[in-house]
Design a protein around this ligand. Structure first.
Ligand code: B12
Ligand code: SF4
Length: 473
């Protein structure tokens, strides 16, 4: 048997006050689990954010491992570090090929690749392409047969292979994410997506792809919905309960509840095989397809927190953005969910193309009058490879790559496509917080339903800052 290849996988990112959240690097855990099932490899995973490594320390930690291949993933806000980090890896380990993947490269494609000196890049789902790349490095067989791969030839020319990155049709055929390659306890000491103190959770992706086609949305996993079976989901949870004493599961699907029957079968199987366990949905539930049966099934199985994405309270904008959410159904489902004392956080966006002042006021009012406990308002931000980005190209800011990278943040986007001035947009962005939180009934419901009431004091400074932001506007 050949020597195992040594593979260093890292996710770039530095924690700051704008991005105070972290969760396990599920993409790298899937890649590692898949690869080690296929061939002899020795894999190390280093999450820059969790280790609090500077770019130099990250390069040193790779050098200590002496990898044969380096794989790097990141999201767009950290992508400005890519050229330096890749140059550091290259200088320290000139023989190790460097491959990029993950959300940033999936969104920016060739432009992300051109900006740094990596050897190859995968756009979209990574398992199969990464396996093919590692095989090609091992066999010295060349990269031109790997569909959709971007790579540099010996002369440094960029080659873009035809086709798309191959995807896994049967998700149950994927091994469970390689949690054994990270110290999950380090993540438990950090704040995850739900604004609730928690310990002993894992992140679970039970499906890939979403058919809804909102114009701002990423397309990492395609528009076709593929899902794990309820059996596999329950097995994954029970495995982590046994191995890591987990008591809490955080779902990061794009649309967990697309198939109601799968949701109900999962909930009843979980209850049968394990009993209720804490379930959080910081990203994953679509409200206008929820009904009493699914709400009850999830609440009985342990759902204690969910995010619910309204985005806009205006039917014209729902239609224009292809989100097509039925606002009345959103409000009805929010009520059903909060009646079960599940803590909720709404996601709203301001600054859609052509959005007027009246429409912003409507969204703020719909959210403020809803039964949501918490509300987060974001600025509409056009990411490449989305229809919204095509629209936004009319903005002069999009001519400049630097401006694009520094603008790709939902909290401080600099690309205003709405019908109001920058000042007005900024005013309503802050006013939204005041209108949402400065309500006695909401404050009472937050105090009553917060999942860890004795720790609520920890979040008081956050609430106060949010409300004050509105007053200071
Ligand atoms: C959980 C999550 C987070 C977590 C952290 C996730 C983590 N540790 O990776 C937190 C809460 C910290 C977070 C924060 C933000 N997030 Co977020 N997040 C997600 C979410 C919901 C799930 C991520 C996940 O686990 N997916 C499952 C895994 C299996 O998929 P994956 O990571 O993409 O990995 C696959 C491929 O990308 C590829 N791959 C990944 N890495 C690598 C590396 C190599 C070498 C290769 C070959 C392949 C490869 O293979 C993997 C398996 O197929 C996604 C949406 C989604 N459905 O993916 C958004 C998403 C990734 N986030 C997004 C954004 C924009 C943000 C924020 C910038 C939001 C903001 N405030 O403005 C911040 C950024 C903060 C930061 N730290 O950078 C965007 C990213 C777009 C982009 N161009 O970067 C996404 C796609 C959602 C969206 N709205 O479009 N997020
Ligand atoms: S429903 Fe969510 S995941 Fe699906 S396209 Fe819209 S924003 Fe993306």
């Amino acid at each position: 048997m050949s020597q195992p290849l040594r593979i260093f996988l890292t996710q770039l990112g530095l924690r700051d006050s704008v991005h105070p959240f972290t969760s396990p690097p599920l993409g790298l855990l899937y890649l590692a689990a898949y690869l080690r099932d296929k061939c002899p490899v020795d894999i190390r995973i280093v999450c820059q954010e969790v280790e609090k490594y500077s770019n130099d320390s990250l390069v040193r930690s790779a050098l200590d491992f002496a990898p044969d291949i380096i794989g790097v993933g990141c999201m767009t806000p950290y992508s400005q570090a890519l050229p330096d980090v890749i140059a550091g890896f290259r200088a320290a380990m000139p023989k190790a090929p460097i491959i990029l993947g993950g959300p940033h490269v999936s969104a920016f494609g060739r432009r992300a690749f051109e900006m740094c000196a990596a050897d190859a890049a995968v756009m979209g789902e990574g398992e199969r392409s990464f396996e093919l790349y590692v095989e090609a490095v091992r066999n010295g067989s060349g990269f031109d047969q790997i569909p959709g791969l971007l790579w540099r030839d010996a002369q440094g020319n960029i080659i873009s292979n035809p086709g798309d990155a191959p995807i896994i049709e049967d998700l149950d055929s994927l091994p469970m994410p390689a949690y054994d390659l990270i110290d999950i306890r380090k993540y438990w000491r950090m704040q995850s997506m739900p604004p609730i103190p928690r310990q002993r959770y894992i992140t679970l992706l039970s499906s890939r792809g979403c058919p809804f086609g909102c114009i701002w949305c990423h397309n990492i996993f395609g528009r076709r919905f593929r899902a794990h079976s309820p059996e596999r989901m329950v097995d994954e949870i029970m495995h982590c309960v046994k191995q890591y004493n987990v008591n809490d599961v955080e779902f990061v699907d794009d649309c967990f509840n697309l198939q109601q029957s799968r949701v109900e079968s999962f909930s009843s199987l979980l209850l049968k095989k394990h009993g209720p366990i804490k379930l959080a949905f910081p990203n994953a539930l679509r409200t206008d397809i929820m009904n009493q049966a699914t709400v009850d099934a999830l609440a009985d199985a342990g759902m204690f927190f969910t995010c619910l994405a309204l985005e806009s309270g205006v039917p014209r904008i729902q239609k224009m953005t292809h989100k097509n959410l039925d606002i009345d159904k959103f409000l009805a489902a929010t009520e059903l969910i909060t009646k079960r004392r599940v803590f909720t956080q709404g996601f709203m966006m301001l600054g859609f193309p052509t959005e007027t002042e009246e429409e912003m006021k409507t969204t703020i009012a719909v959210a403020a009058n809803s039964k949501l406990h918490l509300g987060s308002f974001f600025l509409v931000t056009p990411y490449p490879n989305t229809p919204l980005y095509e629209y936004a190209k009319s903005s002069p800011l999009l001519q400049d790559d630097k401006a694009i990278f520094s603008s790709m943040d939902f909290l401080k986007s600099k690309i205003n496509m709405s019908a109001v001035s920058d000042e007005m947009l900024s005013y309503y962005f802050r006013k939204a917080m005041r209108s949402f939180y400065f309500r006695g009934d909401r404050i009472l419901r937050i105090c009553r339903d917060f999942p860890q009431r004795r720790l609520l004091y920890k979040y008081l400074p956050v609430f106060v800052t949010r409300v004050l932001k509105g007053f200071l506007s």
